[in-house]
Design a protein around this ligand. Structure first.
Ligand code: NDP
Ligand code: HEM
Length: 497
């Protein structure tokens, strides 16, 4: 006799033998009625689910958001009131690599947060950069195609990337950050996070404020060079998982200072830039960051697949007191993520434990595959429609956002018209010291190897618009690394390599 649990079928019946297939005689063949064999093989075939279409490789942990500052005059959100403490989940990721990609690759890092507030889940799905490559959602799938594999070669294509970027000058700001030191953080703990988009806060008086969220690492903002990253990948492809998981196991709990920048609706009408343009930051000088609290990660997942791979973040998840903004990219994301989850995880992805709100949930959605709500999520079997006179759940008017005045004629407005794509990257370039600039040039040179000359020249012309030194530095790096020269005779520039 043993006190170990009895192995059962998924239907709960004891399994008599988990070692030997049921056969006709010791030499076989196998009997079709060995259902457990069929069950084991069938389950194994279904162990993988589609990886995320972007941000497939990730690392996550649980923790707490604690509010120490006072922004109650801007927002009624309970999780942002002084003293509030909210359990949360963070998932960090690279954008382009697949599920098995190496962690220490140069790429933007995802910084996705889910706050389990008493008023529902609030997801802030940002990056480790305050801006993005494109400002119109029409361009997101095209951009991502250039980051993923070429359909014929099945390899990533530097030509596609730089072709797209050189034809999309709004990408210059993010490309400069990606190619700077910040493009390769040492670990997830050593990077900042940014909500990136402009969101809104609103208070009980119905006043709205525009807001940017910032998460400043307290572990040191530290980065690796390309060469250091390559050395690490030569030893381990899981460096971020080792650092984050291992650190938390050892009781080293990483922390981020949480800040907001706030802009009034009147100020938003007066800025020299569009405050809803995702390729722009709000200058700190004009909109100083305000400290509002601390985010700490202090618990690893018990099961990576269940809690990190199945985590479903969505910018559509907001709570009363927090809202979206007119940013076109954000509005597209409000649709895209929940749609991705229904495809990748299933209709009832919100009922997977890691995605479940930690407050009562009542809605009138019905049925569907994998429904584990007990059939009806109103808690009342007669309340399966609304309005009703059977005491079913009712709306809460106090959760209604204040009205936002919008105007303008419907049309497709050229997002490049009159847009200054150079000043903010220039402000950034001017922040870099000579060594940082040298690494920027070298990183771009390395990333441009093999790109046809006409694309290289188009990109260099943009760098020149930022700063003459930027163009000259990248051109010199291309010459040194690849023997690049402009073919002036044929007037068709070529890249040697
Ligand atoms: P400030 O001089 O007031 O702000 C400079 C900010 O730039 C810093 O606080 C830091 O942001 C960030 N920064 C410093 N060094 C680097 C670096 N090597 N790589 C990337 N970012 C760096 O000027 P502005 O607010 O006018 O910003 C100037 C430029 O700085 C912007 O054009 C933008 O490219 C960049 N930046 C600005 C941010 C903002 O919210 N205003 C945020 C991040 C970058 P942090 O404290 O967030 O690390
Ligand atoms: C993941 C779409 C822009 C940050 C994803 C996913 C989709 C998507 C479909 C996969 C979701 C999943 O399967 O779980 C889009 C679209 C965008 C956009 C349509 C623009 C129109 C952005 C921007 C940011 C961002 C601007 C950051 C500021 C992330 C992060 C993840 C992600 C962090 C991974 C979330 C996780 O850890 O599960 N995006 N995205 N995306 N995106 Fe975006």
């Amino acid at each position: 006799m043993t006190d170990r649990p009895i192995l059962t079928t998924t239907a709960g019946s004891p399994v008599p033998d988990n070692q030997n297939t049921l056969t006709a005689g010791p030499r076989g063949g196998v009997m079709l009625q060995d259902y457990q064999l069929l069950e084991k093989l069938a389950h194994q075939n279904r162990e993988r689910i589609p990886e995320r279409v972007v941000h497939a490789k990730g690392w996550g942990a649980f923790g707490t958001l604690t509010i120490t500052g006072d922004i109650s005059r801007y927002t009624k959100a309970k999780c942002l009131q002084p003293g509030a403490s909210t359990p949360m989940l963070a998932r960090f990721s690279t954008v382009a690599g697949e599920l098995g990609a190496a962690d220490h690759e140069r790429d933007v890092r995802g910084f996705a947060l889910k706050f389990y507030t008493e008023e529902g889940n609030w997801d802030l799905v940002g990056n480790n950069t305050p801006v993005f490559f494109v400002r119109d959602p029409y361009k997101f799938p095209d951009f991502i195609h250039t980051q993923k594999r070429h359909p014929k070669t099945n390899m990533r294509s530097a030509t596609a990337m730089w072709d797209f970027w050189s034809l999309s000058p709004e990408s210059l700001h993010q490309v400069t950050i990606l190619m700077s030191d910040r493009g390769l953080p040492q670990t997830p703990m050593n990077m900042n996070g940014y909500g990136s988009h402009t969101y809104s806060l609103w208070n009980d008086a119905g006043e709205r404020y525009w807001v940017k969220f910032h998460f400043k690492t307290q572990q040191g903002h530290t980065h690796f060079t390309n060469a250091e990253g390559e050395t690490i990948i030569g030893k381990t492809r899981e460096g971020y998982q080792e650092a984050l998981f291992g650190g938390i196991e050892r009781g080293e709990f990483p922390r981020w200072k949480v800040q907001v920048q706030v802009m009034t609706e009147a100020q938003a009408n007066a800025t020299s830039f569009n405050p809803f343009d995702l390729t722009k930051v709000w200058p700190h000088g004009e909109f100083p960051p305000i400290d509002i609290g601390v985010m700490e990660l202090n618990r690893n997942a018990e099961n990576y697949f269940a809690e990190i791979e199945q985590a479903a973040f969505s910018p559509s998840n907001i709570v009363p007191g927090i809202g979206h903004s007119p940013d076109k990219m954000l509005q597209a994301r409000v649709f895209s993520y929940a749609d991705a989850h229904r495809y990748r995880l299933g209709t009832h992805y919100e009922h997977i434990p890691v995605n479940q709100p930690k407050c009562p949930v009542h809605h009138y959605h019905r049925d569907g595959q994998m429904n584990s709500y007990g059939g009806i999520a109103t808690g009342n079997p007669d309340a399966y429609y609304e309005p009703n006179s059977v005491n079913g759940p009712v709306e809460q008017p106090s959760a209604k956002e204040p009205p936002l005045k919008i105007d303008g004629e419907m049309g497709r407005y050229d997002h490049r018209d009159g847009n200054d794509d150079y000043s903010q990257p220039r402000a950034l370039f001017n922040l870099f010291d000579p060594e940082q600039k040298a690494r920027l040039f070298s990183n771009i040179g390395a990333a441009m190897g093999g790109v046809p000359g006409h694309i290289v020249e188009r990109q260099l012309a943009h760098f020149k618009m930022i700063h003459e030194d930027y163009e000259a530095g990248v051109r010199a790096a291309l010459e040194n690394q690849h023997g690049y020269k402009v073919d002036t005779i044929s007037a068709t520039p070529t890249a040697a390599e």
